[in-house]
Design a protein around this ligand. Structure first.
Ligand code: PRP
Ligand code: URA
Length: 209
């Protein structure tokens, strides 16, 4: 079974609380999503392999540490996942960016995929799928199905707020994919929204409501 990692760092918790407030405006919301993603990314990269390389300082040659042989892809689930991309790129500028377009039907809550473009050699990369919300889990499961169908092997899923229902569904469908989140919330309401949650992440990031 995959791991669920909930980040309890005070900076992350504090920023998530501001994100949740209904009066937080879109420009601040966007900035916070990026900052929280960067902090989560920093923590979630702890297990990247290091190698020893020889470098030359202005004074002498020395051995130093460098991240070894890992290529990264960050893959946002559109739209809301776009808000998290720069948080990863700020720390790993060389990461490639894939896109998976998907919207959730408001009645059935089923995901409807409409776009998929991934970096080449996805099977050789560590793919970090980003989406602020893991609600029923339908979108995340479908996105990861698509990545695996195109050869993806090493995948992590990073969200800001997760519902227990979504975590269960994702862990059952993809037991090899670890889940990173800033908060595990109470559950879903009758419309499939996370409680207490933060509302519609896409609308809040892009100011469409
Ligand atoms: C939201 C969110 C996730 C999905 C989560 O996107 O960003 O992709 O819902 O719900 P699920 O776990 O029940 O599938 P939405 O479909 O509203 O699209 P948007 O990002 O374009 O607003
Ligand atoms: N999508 C969102 O944007 N928010 C939720 O609470 C659930 C799904």
């Amino acid at each position: 079974m995959s791991q669920l990692i909930v980040f309890d760092h005070p900076l992350i918790q504090h920023k998530v609380s501001i994100l949740r407030k209904k009066d937080t405006a879109s420009n601040k919301f966007r900035a916070l999503v990026e900052e929280i993603t960067m902090l989560m990314c920093y923590e979630s990269m702890r297990d990247l392999p290091l190698e020893t390389v020889e470098i030359e300082t202005p004074l002498q040659k020395t051995e130093a540490k460098a991240i070894s042989g890992i290529k990264l892809a960050v893959i946002p689930i559109l739209r809301a996942g776009l808000g998290m991309v720069n948080g990863v790129l700020n720390l790993v500028p060389s990461a490639r960016v894939g896109h998976i377009g998907m919207y959730r039907d408001e009645q059935t809550l089923e995901p409807h995929p409409y776009y998929c473009k991934l970096p080449s050699n996805i099977g050789e990369r560590l793919a970090i799928v980003v989406d602020p919300m893991l609600a029923t889990g339908g979108s995340a499961v479908d996105a990861i199905d698509q990545i695996k169908a195109l050869g993806g092997k090493k995948i992590k899923f990073m969200c800001l707020v997760a519902a227990p229902e979504g975590v269960k569904r994702l862990q059952e469908a993809h037991p090899d994919v670890d889940i990173y989140c800033a908060s595990l919330d109470k559950g879903l309401n009758e419309n499939g929204y996370i409680l207490p949650g933060l509302g519609d992440a896409g609308d809040r990031i892009f100011g469409t409501k």
